[in-house]
Design a protein around this ligand. Sequence first.
Ligand code: ATR
Length: 285
Amino acid sequence: MNIDYNTNLYCLIGNPINKSLSPKIHNYIFKEKNINSVYLCFNIDEKNLASTLNNFKVLGVKGFNVTIPHKVKIMKYLDDIDEEARYLESVNTVKNIKGRFIGYNTDGLGFIKSLKDRNIELRNKNVLVLGAGGASSAISTKLALEGVNKIIILNRTLDKAKKIATNIYEKFNDIKVEYNNLDKAYKYPYIDMLINCTSIGMYPNIDRIPVDISVFNKKIIVYDVVYKPNKTKLLDASEKRGFKIINGIDMLVNQGLLSQKIWFNYEGNESYNKLNGIKNFINRV
Ligand code: ATR
């Protein structure tokens, strides 16, 4: 790595960030594409969000990603928000455009791409989404856009589940939406897909599982957006029951590539496709 006076800084803010694979992804791409930039991680408390953004502006940070637990709270500190992120009510990518911080969302598209790459059909499916933070908001709205039959959002804090459910209901009146407490998963044994958008099971709390999965039928797909550990307790237990499982790695790589596309104005899919080698690299890390 050839760091000099011209090197640009990109980074991730979140809490916790100490097992994040984002630096591996972005620094790999910088190296492959000969871009004079580095990508670092910063563990930021919510109370320091505003000052962090001010400091990033002073330092001329070119762009950054946002992860748990700031994807929604960051929105009020940004100078503008792109249409898709506003629609999904969640920001995971920020670009510095002439000193103004503009928020984008690449999670939603990254998630959908990971399913399309596996030829998983979403139309008319019943989907149970766990969690009601930024990831849940982006994913639930994308599921509605894909034409699922029903979305059920479960969360520890019921008000947040209600807010996402209400948004979806208002945007898509032909899609059935329900919300409930996180411990009510047993009420929905008929679901086709379960998506964990909570941080339960994420490093360092790897012994936790968000819901009891014994009620679901064998044909369900269990998707955990958590990627550290590679196989969460939820995925491990699901696999043992014979469910199809998907972890958060593909979504992570997809959203990272899409962030690069935003930061560097890549046109079309050409550069994006070229960067797909990153998936092989990340799977080896
Ligand atoms: P992100 O924006 O990345 O989705 P977030 O907004 O912090 O991150 O959301 C994290 C989700 O995990 C929330 O749904 C949170 O539940 P609350 O809304 O009740 O806070 C959920 N979560 C985190 N830790 C949890 C725990 N120990 N038990 C239950 N839910 C938890």
